[in-house]
Write a protein that binds this ligand. Structure first.
Ligand code: ADP
Length: 970
């Protein structure tokens, strides 16, 4: 230390510029110069000249102000005074080189005497490097500070004396340290003091900082810390080690602390939940589990008091069934109040949770001041509470509550954990409820089984009896003790026992119920029929562990059933054989039986109808009336048609409606209650009236036609006689008229000569002729007589026709080739057909012969053809007319069909077509007798005539003649 050497010499007077001193002055590495009290530089060594960039000569012309930084130079006077007073001084300054650069310097001055005058010796050292290092250190310290300030971890540094050297903001937050604690030995974490909270035990009983200061590493020690700034406390993980100096000597300790409250909460919650789960799983009842469960919750989550409330029997209020509090805390008053209290819905914290079905907490005292336990809670220092529901299947069965000195609003994690716990406890409560119900139902089952009149037994998988009710024991005539452990082989004949065993095995293997009626042999040997139901018995896991059986005597029923089956068989045979349709329906109106005849009548199969409502057989327009009648009968027993035969209409499957005769009767049912019995059935015997009605209609028509015919013939006969003499007289009149006219002619031609003979008579005759308009009479008389003749002829023809209506004589029948008759008719009609351009289509059977009165059938053909042509003529000309004649052999009949595409027939006229005098044609066009006469002729041949027609579409008349008439008719 050169500088120290210089400084160490206190006597300036001895220092003289001797030869060695000059050598030292010149050779020294530090810049040295001497200036007088005015600052003039008197001497300067080479190092000084070189540093400042001047030659020695230049230097000796300078003052200190020239080489000082102006700011530094300003303090020259003060420094000099100070220096002179002390004898020596040391300070830092800044020199300026010749080229203007500033150099930081460390200056040591000593007062000396040179050449007898006081002067100052200044030794300067360039401290640029040192300054740079200092600057770097300052920056580094700043950086460190900002790192410490922004670190997520807390950092604490203390020296060996326990003085707090460093505490960054996070450490301050975690441990409640302020700026005033730095540098102090009396700070809360001083390792001589205990922690503010006693909750966390320390490994080895030593605080981590003390441990670090002793030189031991501290590895992730977890501590719980609570202080005024963090009343709910926080968990901190601490890592650290000794603080050493450059030589490696221990100077103190460093701790890095991390807030692990989040993780610890989660872990402790999980642990608490696990503990509760274990407690619940191990305890038999909730009462047993409750204390341990509440302790696990309270300790795990850091609460001071916990309680379990359940809904009291009756369901009107909650009762606290268990409570726990942290040992040593003076909260007895609150706990006792809880155990004494009952909370109806909505009252107190538990009542609120019960009413709302969700968690609730108390952290605002004012809002909960009305709670019944509020005063007690305050006195016990419990300022916050939290409660959540115990639920099962959405129903709140109870409430768990917790209180503490200060409870903050619970976070999401806590809420979801509590919800999970609530449902876990709820399931236990529910299980207990079910178990209780099961015990009760078992007792109920047992008493039921004992009081049932059925035989009930249970057997294990090996077929050994494990239970039998009293009835079973009585049936087997043994006490239960005797039966237990026996198999069927001990109790029944071998073949029967083998069968029972086999049944058991099937039930056990398939899991299905066996339900049969079988023979059973009583101990006395009597055979009875029993209804047996066997089901598998399963354990809690669904594994089959045996069979349960139940049987009872159905011998009577079986006999009755057999009798019934026999009767049903007979009944079925009967209904199936009958020609009448039989339809049976039950009291709901659904068809239960539909015999083959009914199938024929309604044209549908029994399978399509049975099970369906009766309405499927009834035309829609009657369906409502049917339903009302049916309902009325079921309600009042008053029937309109039961027991009578009525004519109604039915509906076939294809929708066609047909007349039917129905005989309805009520069968089965309770004779006392009549229609009210559940077994009541309705039997309808149905007869299709279609054919009967058709025949009846034909008969009526024939009857009508016959009587009209007779009447007409009678009238015709009566008219015939006067008509005969009218006709005769007319002939005479015509003849005489001719003579008279000839006479008049003669008279007229000779009027002149006659007048001359007797002018008087001639004048009278002329006046008379004038008066009667003789000329006109002469011309008109023959015309008058001609028209009269026409009229009489027409009346004669009609009378002839009418007489034919009642013809009783039987003209001879002969084998007739029908096409010949058609040809004749066409011949007569030829002109008319041609005029209207009517086309005729002919279609003949290869053997178109039939035995008939050919003139009569010819007349029928002519009538039909005339009508066809007239119908076509009634149509607009534009429509091309067409008449078809078809002769076709059909089994036992010959069909003659005449069709046209004329005007057709209105539906309302069809039934009247064959009536005599029915016509739609103008006078002179038609007499209305053609079809009537044709009908008579055809029926007279044992045949029939039918018509099918639609207005404006044409008509088809069909004449059926028997090929082999039964009698030679008519
Ligand atoms: P008429 O022909 O003298 O009237 P009918 O007894 O032959 O007497 O016929 C009775 C009625 O039947 C006719 O007036 C006519 O209305 C109807 N009719 C008969 N045949 C036909 C047919 N082919 N086309 C349309 N209407 C017919």
């Amino acid at each position: 230390m050169k500088r120290a050497d210089v400084v160490a010499d206190p006597n300036p007077a001895d220092l003289a510029p001797e030869g060695w001193a000059q050598a030292l002055f010149d050779g020294i590495d530090d810049a040295v110069f001497v200036h007088d009290l005015q600052g003039r530089i008197l001497r300067a060594n080479p190092a000084a000249c070189q540093r400042l960039g001047y030659t020695r000569e230049e230097m000796l012309h300078l003052t200190t102000r020239d080489i000082d930084d102006p700011e530094f130079a300003a303090g020259f006077g003060d420094r000099l005074r100070n220096q002179l007073a002390q004898g020596q001084a040391r300070f830092e300054g800044r020199h300026r080189t010749k080229d203007g650069a500033l150099i930081p310097v460390d200056i040591n001055t000593s007062a000396i005497v040179i050449d007898g005058k006081p002067a100052v010796l200044a030794v300067m050292r360039d401290i640029t490097h040192h300054k740079r290092a200092e600057e770097a250190l300052r920056k580094q310290t700043e950086l460190l500070q900002s790192i410490l300030a922004n670190m997520a971890d807390g950092v604490l540094v203390a020296d060996q004396a326990g003085r707090l050297l460093v505490s960054n903001p996070e450490a301050g937050r975690l441990f409640g340290l302020g700026a005033e604690d730095v540098g102090s030995t009396d700070w809360p974490w001083h390792f001589g003091l205990s922690l503010p909270d006693t909750m966390t035990p320390f490994p080895g009983g030593t605080l981590p900082l003390a441990q670090a200061t002793r030189g031991e590493p501290v590895g992730e020690v977890e501590l719980f810390v609570r202080h005024a700034g963090a009343p709910q406390g926080c968990w901190v993980s601490v890592t650290g080690g000794p603080l050493r100096d450059a030589r490696g000597e221990i100077k103190g300790g460093v701790l890095v602390c991390r807030d692990i409250s989040g993780r610890m909460h989660a872990e402790r919650r999980q642990a608490a939940q696990y503990a509760v789960t274990r407690v619940l799983a191990e305890a038999d009842t909730l009462e047993d589990a409750a204390p341990a469960m509440l302790r696990a919750i309270g300790e795990g989550l850091g609460w001071q008091v916990c309680g379990l409330w359940t809904v009291a029997p009756g369901g009107q209020e909650l009762r606290c069934v268990a409570a726990w509090h942290r040992p040593g805390l003076p909260v007895e008053e609150f706990v006792e109040a809880s155990l004494r209290l009952t909370c109806p819905r909505g009252v107190g914290l538990p009542g609120k949770v019960w009413a709302e079905g969700k968690e609730a907490w108390v952290c605002d005292e004012a809002a909960y001041a009305h709670y019944p336990r509020y005063p007690a809670a305050l006195r016990c220092g419990l300022h916050g509470g939290f409660a959540f529901p115990v639920k099962s299947g959405g129903e709140t069965l109870g409430v768990i509550e917790a209180f503490g000195g200060d409870l903050e609003r619970p976070d999401e994690g806590l809420l979801s954990m509590m919800a999970a716990l609530g449902s876990q406890v709820g399931q236990v409560l529910e299980r207990h409820r079910i178990e209780r119900a099961l015990r009760e139902s078992e007792a109920f089952y047992h008493s039921l089984v004992e009081s049932l009149p059925q035989n009930i037994f249970r057997k294990d998988l090996q077929g050994r009896v494990t239970f039998g009710n009293q009835r079973y024991c009585a049936t087997l005539r043994r006490p239960l003790e005797d039966l237990i452990g026996k198999t069927d082989f001990d109790l029944f004949p071998a073949d029967l026992a083998a069968k029972y065993r086999e049944d058991d095995r099937r039930v056990q293997e398939s899991g299905a119920t066996l339900d049969v009626v079988e023979e059973h042999v009583l101990p006395g040997g009597r055979k009875i029929y029993v209804q047996v139901i066997k089901t598998p018995i399963c354990d809690g896991q669904g594994l089959v562990i045996g069979t349960q059986g139940m049987f009872w005597d159905v011998t009577e029923r079986k006999r009755a059933e057999e009798a019934l089956a026999g009767s049903e068989r007979r009944y079925r045979q009967l209904t199936e054989a009958t020609l009448d349709g039989i339809v049976v329906a039950d009291r709901s109106g659904r068809v239960t039986l539909f015999n083959p005849a009914a199938e024929r009548i309604f044209a549908c199969r029994a399978g399509e109808v049975v099970g369906q409502p009766l309405e499927v057989l009834i035309p829609p327009q009657y369906a409502e009336g049917h339903a009302q009648g049916f309902e009325r009968y079921l309600q009042t027993g008053l029937a309109r048609i039961v027991g009578r035969t009525v004519e109604l209409e039915g509906q076939r499957k294809d929708g066609t409606i047909f007349p039917l005769e129905l005989a309805l009767s009520v069968i089965g049912g309770d004779p006392e209650r009549g229609c009210e019995g559940p077994d009541v059935q309705f039997l309808g015997a149905v007869r299709d009236l279609t054919e009967r009605n058709r025949i009846r209609a034909v008969l009526v028509q024939q009857e009508k036609l016959a009587s009209i015919g007779l009447l007409s013939a009678g009238v015709a006969h009566e008219i015939n006689n006067p008509l005969a003499f009218v006709a005769n007289n007319l002939a005479v009149l015509e003849r005489d008229n001719k003579g008279l006219l000839a006479l008049l002619e003669l008279y007229h031609d000779n009027a002149g000569p006659l007048a001359r003979a007797d002018p008087d008579v001639a004048a009278r005759a002329a006046a008379l002729a004038e008066e009667i308009d003789l000329d006109y009479i002469r011309g008109n008389l023959p015309r008058l007589l001609n028209r009269t003749r026409d009229g009489v002829d027409r009346v004669t023809r009609i009378v002839q026709s009418l007489r034919g209506l009642a013809r009783t004589d039987s003209p001879r029948k002969q084998e007739t080739h029908l096409p010949d008759l058609v040809d004749n008719t066409l011949e007569i009609m030829r002109g008319r057909l041609r005029r209207r351009g009517i086309e005729v289509e002919l279609d003949y059977d290869p053997l178109p012969r039939v035995s008939c009165v050919s003139t009569q059938i010819g007349q029928v053909l002519l009538n039909l053809m005339v009508n066809a042509v007239q119908a076509i003529e009634a149509c607009p000309l534009a429509v091309p007319g067409r008449v078809g004649v078809r002769i076709l052999r059909q089994e036992k009949e010959m069909l003659i069909e005449v069709s046209d595409n004329g005007c057709g027939i209105e539906e309302e006229y069809v039934s009247r077509l064959f009536d005599p005098f029915f016509t739609t044609k103008d006078v002179g066009e038609g007499t209305g007798l053609g079809l009537s006469i044709s009908h008579n002729i055809v029926t007279g041949h044992g045949g029939r005539i039918e018509v099918k027609s639609r207005p404006s579409e044409g008509s088809t008349f069909r004449v059926f003649l028997p090929l082999h008439p039964l009698r030679d008719a008519p």
